[in-house]
Design a protein around this ligand. Structure first.
Ligand SMILES: Cc1ncc(C[n+]2csc(CCOP(=O)(O)OP(=O)(O)O)c2C)c(N)n1
Length: 591
């Protein structure tokens, strides 16, 4: 009997990499894809790495497949925007060793700045796109995808969504099949995308996708499940599970490959049902392709291209279409209490953002834990767009104002190494006169503590090169660089103030390690906790302004009826930031 495990989709993809003989896996972290590489790294048979950004991850994996290695690169949906240049050109070249690019899309934006349907990228670059619906498929599709990639010498988009990445289901395990790395076969007409070569390659790409379209008609990736009620539903990914739950009697065409589509199979399916619906998450991608082919169907009219689908939403759409009575009560509200994100106790970003607010800085910020500094009561963050944007946006504002005074671009260490260095280079060149703060906590914290070139450790725990951020800044031409401790509010505020008042470009590096990652840090920052002396507390709530989850209202009141504060000693890490803002020294270390 084969062993079975309960795996998340991400764990299952990693297991698929192991079983299907993958040689090389690369990624830059990003929810919901991060756990793929974290789990691949547990298999020593596969070389795995966190690359500094998605473009580099893509390029490393691409080079490996040129050598005939079986490779996978993983990223979140917006990561593909970063890797898009390589992604587009690779289509022309092909993937001799087998190549999967995992894009983990985030409908509903559980932890993303935007919502985008990356199936359009597949069509744009003429990659076949495969989409599993559960963890077993997540594992199996790695093998099927690699086979497809090698057979047609094409890179393959492997699209996941949050529910498939994080949902758990049973997976049957198999053994690893070993494959040789076949070696690089020099062929400049194939591997060098000169215009003259590219012109020859493009028709080959179109011929390749036409052949894959024929192949799609018979691949087991797509299947029909015959129902009894005359309704036909074409669906994909996580939505397939909702369709089966809501309308088990419908005939379902489950597309495991959403580009290119098996048009003849779909035409036959359409003929076999009375009414045809396409139920898909995000954009009407399949529906539009069917309409171009003249296949009568309905879809987005009854659903929406905004947010995530659920069984309730699938049912409501079918009811709207007049073919179903939804058993769900739309008035029933979710009973989960919302928990807005907040800096952890001991987070080094707290002191920085409290100081930025005090100094009334105009803050162009970036993407990471520190983005939470935009939220009240810290409330110091005026713009945030995409990874690496903070410095460029700060420079742009400074140019429009004809002064960089008062403008502070804040960027995390992982984000700086991902795509901030060129922004700083430009700021130096432009003599922008802004202040750049690199919030260095030595880890990629937002996504759960992944190593980067400034961490001194690699994905597999091996010792890595710990890049010196100050030296990078110097090397691109910044010469006013200060390194400070963000737990020290006086130092943070005064250093910021001086920089903000200057006409010169300044770089400030705050260097306190993250309070959570790696786990040993928790011991480092957990000093003797603080407590509120209720005899001294005047109920002014200045300590609330540092937004620490360890601080709350107590049941004690002042003579004026103001509530006194209290500190949960189990949560307090002893960072002392709250003690520094208390005007009456009522917050003291527990003796
Ligand atoms: C292009 C892109 N890739 C990945 C992510 C996921 N992501 C969000 S923030 C972040 C980096 C956070 O690390 P850092 O800049 O060091 O800040 P920290 O969270 O440690 O404070 C990542 C990888 C993203 N939002 N966009």
């Amino acid at each position: 009997m084969k062993k079975k495990m309960i795996f998340s989709g991400n764990e299952a993809v990693a297991r698929g990499c192991y079983e299907h003989g993958l040689h090389i896996a690369t990624a830059y972290p990003g929810t919901p894809s991060t756990e793929i590489l974290e789990n691949v790294s547990k298999y020593p048979e596969i070389y795995s790495e966190w690359s500094p950004n998605e473009k580099v991850a893509f390029e490393v994996a691409m080079g490996a497949t040129f050598e005939g290695a079986r490779t996978l690169v993983a990223m979140k949906h917006v990561g593909l925007n970063v890797a898009a240049d390589a992604f587009m050109s690779m289509s022309f070249i092909g993937a001799p060793g087998g190549f999967l690019v995992v894009t983990a899309d985030d409908p509903g934006m559980h932890s993303s700045q935007n919502e985008q349907d990356n199936r359009y990228y597949a069509k744009f670059a003429e990659y076949p796109c495969i989409e599993p619906s559960d963890s077993q498929e997540a594992k199996d599709f790695v093998g099927l995808g690699l086979d497809l990639s090698i057979e047609f010498d094409t890179p393959v988009m492997y699209r996941l969504t949050t529910r498939v990445c994080h949902g758990k289901s049973i997976v049957e395990l198999g053994e690893r099949t070993q494959y040789p790395i076949t070696g690089f076969k020099p062929n400049p007409k194939k591997f060098v995308v000169l215009p003259s070569h590219g012109r020859e390659m493009h028709p080959k790409v179109m011929a390749r996708i036409a052949r894959i379209k024929e192949w799609a008609e018979t691949t087991p990736l797509n299947r029909i499940e015959k129902g009894s009620n005359g309704i036909g539903i074409i669906t994909h990914g996580a939505t397939y599970n909702f369709v089966k739950e809501v309308m088990p009697d419908a005939s379902v065409l489950k597309l495991g490959m959403t580009y290119p589509l098996p048009i003849n199979m779909i035409k036959d399916f359409a003929k076999s049902v009375d009414k045809l619906f396409v139920i898909e998450e995000l954009e009407p991608f399949i529906e539009n392709l069917l309409k171009i082919e003249g296949i009568e169907c309905e879809g987005m009219k009854f659903w929406s291209n905004l947010g995530e689908l659920t069984p309730e939403i699938v049912a409501a759409g079918l009811e709207k279409a007049g073919v179903f009575k939804s058993p769900y009560n739309p008035k029933e509200k979710e009973s989960v209490i919302p928990r807005p994100p907040i800096f952890c106790p001991g987070c080094p970003h707290r002191g920085l953002y409290h100081s930025l607010r005090k100094n009334k800085a105009v803050v162009t910020t970036d993407i990471g834990c520190y983005t939470l500094g935009c939220l009240e009561p810290l409330g110091a963050g005026d713009t945030c767009v995409e990874m690496g944007a903070s410095i460029g946006v700060g420079v742009g504002m400074a140019k429009a104002r004809k002064s960089g005074k008062g403008i502070v671009a804040t960027i995390g260490d992982s984000t700086f190494l991902h795509s901030g260095i060129t922004g700083l280079l430009n700021a130096v060149n432009d003599k922008a006169g802004i202040t750049v703060v690199i919030a260095d906590n030595s880890i990629t914290a937002m996504t759960g503590g992944q190593q980067h070139p400034g961490s001194g450790e690699t994905l597999t725990g091996a010792q890595g090169y710990k890049v010196n951020l100050a030296k990078i800044c110097q090397a691109v031409g910044a010469d006013n660089i200060k390194v400070i401790d963000p737990y020290n509010l006086e130092q943070t505020r005064s250093t910021l103030k001086e920089a903000m008042e200057s006409d010169e470009l300044s770089v400030i590096i705050t260097n306190r390690p993250c309070a959570l990652y790696p786990a040993e840090n928790r011991k480092l920052v957990q000093e003797t906790p603080f407590a509120v002396d209720h005899d001294k507390c005047i109920g002014c709530h200045a300590c609330f302004k540092v937004s620490c989850p360890a601080i709350s209202e107590s049941d004690q009141k002042t003579a004026k009826g103001l509530t006194k504060s209290q500190i949960d000693s189990a949560l307090c890490t002893g960072c002392s930031v709250c003690a520094q803002v208390c005007p009456v020294n009522a917050i003291e270390r527990i003796k």
